[in-house]
Write a protein of this length. Structure first.
Length: 436
């Protein structure tokens, strides 16, 4: 049995794993990242819609997203002036509309915007029509199955929305992970691909490293589980689940690409629309396309997976129709091609759709998991959250009984990291959807 040693092993080279590695490495730790795929960002990060919006159900969620957007705006600066062979991911500003819906009550979100300082405007149906003429502001709530007659029923009145002009998306989520990897490597982090963690080693009641299939061990006093949808499998290897009050589960989802309706994404990508009235979301994409995803309306069955690694990557007719028919009700000029084009991917869903960034009962073993289809945008901040928790715990603080707070450097807000505890009560104000 051979052994390599370092200060910290990060399991997973997705956008969040790479951000954790970057923050630990630039604080002087020797970091080893392992990922079973062939490169950074090849897990769920590669399928991400990469939307950067600010509406979440908690103050911490809104403040984290608002802080994160400043990092994306100055991405090369966040990476320490990195060039990465002339290619750093770009932020595309489109603005975002969140349509009124009892499933996402503005009265619960807008006070957080006021406190955090997120600019927004409240629009009525007439303003919606004037500002985004491609969009029909009809009210259909609650969402109905698209194969039911009720789905085609006439609308009941009209709706408004709130508009956040600063929202947008990152043009290449996988390359954003690559950028973070390259930045981490400049601080000495090492990355091993095609390397699967098959066991968590312990010694003297704390973690002591990770075990690999060839019986070798990477020894480290700190191990961070950032395994995305495989998070619960890795936690089971560590035997730490007994005191989690919030569990994580893999959920299959799909995003689809279709030609955008006239005037929506040409020449520039049209705005993100979160449509909880019908149960979908969409945004413009480069080259005149529209990206369409789902927002887990209560009328649709969710596709929970027994095994995060056993899922179909090809889009299905069922989800394609559900998401596109809903988008077509909102965008009457949208044409829906017969053949689906898109991707099946997996969310790592926490019980309340809010992530877990925390220590565990096994000293030295930490988690950044349960990202619930909504944490790409927060990746630049999450690395710093994990560093703050790890630094405090490794210096003797008990984050469970004396929670660490983190002062966001760009916006100045103080975040109580107990918000993301594995032992928290379920956040009752959550949307319990991908909106978080
Ligand atoms: C379809 C889709 C759309 C989304 N859209 C948005 C969006 O618009 N905005 C937003 O903010 N968020 C979005 N998200 C969520 C966001 O993409 C994720 O929260 C984020 O990418 C998770 O990053 P990660 O690094 O935690 O996980 P991943 O990118 O999944 O990385 C985990 C890595 O761990 C590795 N791994 C797992 N087990 C092992 C093991 N035993 N040994 C070694 N390696 C292992 C995997 O190979 C993988 O590379 C979306 C997600 C999906 C799936």
């Amino acid at each position: 049995m051979s052994t390599r040693t370092c200060d910290a092993v990060v399991i997973g080279a997705g956008v969040i794993g790479c951000s954790v590695a970057y923050e630990l490495a630039r604080q002087g730790l020797s970091v080893q990242v392992v990922d079973r795929t062939g490169g950074p960002g090849q897990g769920s990060t590669s399928a991400s819609s990469a939307i950067v919006r600010f509406n979440y159900s908690t103050f911490a969620g809104v403040a984290t997203a608002w802080e994160g957007h400043y990092a994306w705006l100055d991405w090369a600066g966040h990476l320490g002036g990195l060039d990465d062979d002339g290619r750093v991911a770009q932020f595309i500003r489109t603005g975002a509309l969140c349509l009124d819906s009892p499933a996402h009550d503005p009265a619960r979100v807008l006070p957080h915007f006021d406190r955090v300082g997120v600019p927004y405007e409240v629009w009525d149906a007439a303003t919606l029509r004037e500002r985004v003429p491609q969009l029909d502001p009809a009210r259909y709530y609650p969402p109905k199955p698209v194969d039911s007659e009720e789905f085609w029923a006439d609308p009941v009145g009209e709706l408004g929305a709130y508009w956040t002009p600063d929202a947008g998306f990152m043009d290449d989520p996988q390359y954003a992970a690559h950028n973070l990897m390259t930045a981490a490597m400049r601080h000495g982090a090492r990355f091993s691909f095609h390397t699967t963690v098959v066991g968590i080693a312990t010694a003297k009641d704390r973690v002591s490293g990770v075990e690999l299939p060839d019986d070798s061990v990477i020894s480290a006093p700190i191990v961070v589980n950032v395994a995305g949808p495989a998070s619960s499998k890795v936690n089971a290897l560590a035997g730490v689940l007994a005191d989690f009050t919030v569990s994580t589960r893999p959920l299959r989802s799909e995003v689809h690409y279709v030609p955008a309706p006239p005037g929506y994404s040409d020449p520039d990508p049209g705005p993100l629309v979160a449509d909880l009235d019908l149960g979908t979301y969409f945004r413009g994409a480069p080259h005149g396309e529209l990206l369409v995803g789902g927002a887990e309306p209560a009328c649709d069955a969710l596709h929970w997976l027994d095994d995060a690694d056993d899922f179909a990557t090809a889009p299905t007719a069922e989800l394609y129709q559900a998401q596109l028919y809903r988008a077509a009700r909102r965008l009457p000029d949208l044409t829906v091609p017969n053949r689906p084009r898109g991707i099946g991917a997996v969310y790592d869903v926490a019980d309340d759709w809010i992530p877990i960034y925390d220590r565990t009962a096994l000293p030295g073993y930490y988690v950044a998991i349960g990202t619930s289809g909504n944490q790409f945008k927060n990746a630049p901040v999450v690395g710093a959250y994990l560093h703050a928790i790890i630094d405090a715990c490794e210096n003797g603080r008990d984050h469970d009984t004396d929670p660490v707070s983190y002062r966001l450097p760009r916006t100045g807000h103080l975040i109580d990291l107990a918000t993301y505890s594995r032992r928290r009560p379920i956040h009752a104000d959550s949307s319990f959807t991908v909106m978080g």
